[in-house]
Write a protein that binds this ligand. Structure first.
Ligand code: SAM
Length: 227
């Protein structure tokens, strides 16, 4: 195991009543379990409290539930940062030439999980966190969309893309933009149904163990703190 747990984030079981309401409201728009949504909320709150600069970015927005959680925090802060929500909005892709261990599994999922930008806007409005100016919904395959939108600084990156190729691409394109003190959350890292996620993460972090600490507190997601 190349990863070493150094400083786990605080427990997610200390949510305020107001935060608990937000989680309840977004659940209809998300596939994530409440503890994983709570983790995102707590990390977003933590970077705001610590004045960590940078945007909130999500790769794999789908219907917008998890994105709405971090957008809610950005709104409460007074929209000092943008929230980027990337998705194909065409569902899962066919396996690509660089697919990993998961290429056979991908064939069964291709074209599933289709959501729309309207779904995302609805999720955001459910928690009163929609802003024409600060919410950037970016449709398209990551290989095109991530190149078209350079993001200078990221405080919180949530990768919820399910596959080896997409996860690796998102890490390669965005990890460097995460600032010191910022967080990366990779959903389904420890989910045997999506083995390509762990494959991509292990490959990407093989030579980067010194600059980060990891937590597996909210399995199957992996939380990484940079700096
Ligand atoms: C598990 S869903 C995201 C769930 C969402 N975060 C939530 O709160 O429910 C994964 C999403 O990744 C998207 N996706 C997977 N591979 C992609 C790629 N290469 N480019 C763009 N989107 C992709 C799919 O369209 C799907 O909506």
């Amino acid at each position: 195991m190349f990863m070493k747990l150094r400083k786990p984030p605080k427990s997610t079981r200390d949510l305020s009543a107001a935060d608990a309401v937000i989680i309840k409201k977004v659940r209809a728009f998300s596939m994530l379990s409440p503890d994983r949504l709570e983790n995102l909320l707590r990390l977003a709150n933590e970077v705001v409290r610590g004045a960590v600069p940078g945007d909130f970015v999500e790769c794999g927005a789908c219907r917008g539930g998890s994105g709405a959680v971090v957008a809610h925090v950005a709104k409460l802060e007074g929209w000092k940062r943008n929230v980027w929500l990337f998705d194909s909005f065409m569902g899962h892709p066919e396996p690509s030439v660089i697919s990993g261990l998961d290429s056979e599994i991908m064939k069964d999922w291709a074209g599933t999980m289709i959501a729309s930008q309207a779904d995302v806007r609805k999720a955001l409005k459910t928690v009163d966190a929609y802003s024409e100016e600060h919410i950037r919904i970016v449709p398209g395959w990551f290989q095109d969309s991530l190149l078209s939108k350079p993001i200078r600084e990221i405080a919180l990156l949530h990768i919820d893309a399910d596959w080896y190729d997409a996860t690796l691409l998102c890490l390669e394109k965005l990890y460097l933009s995460i600032v010191a003190g910022g967080y990366l959350v990779i959903d389904d890292y420890d989910n045997p149904s999506f083995p390509g996620v762990k494959q991509a993460v292990r490959e990407f972090f093989a030579d980067k163990t010194k600059e980060i600490s990891f937590s597996f507190e909210v399995r199957p997601a992996l939380t990484v703190k940079k700096g």
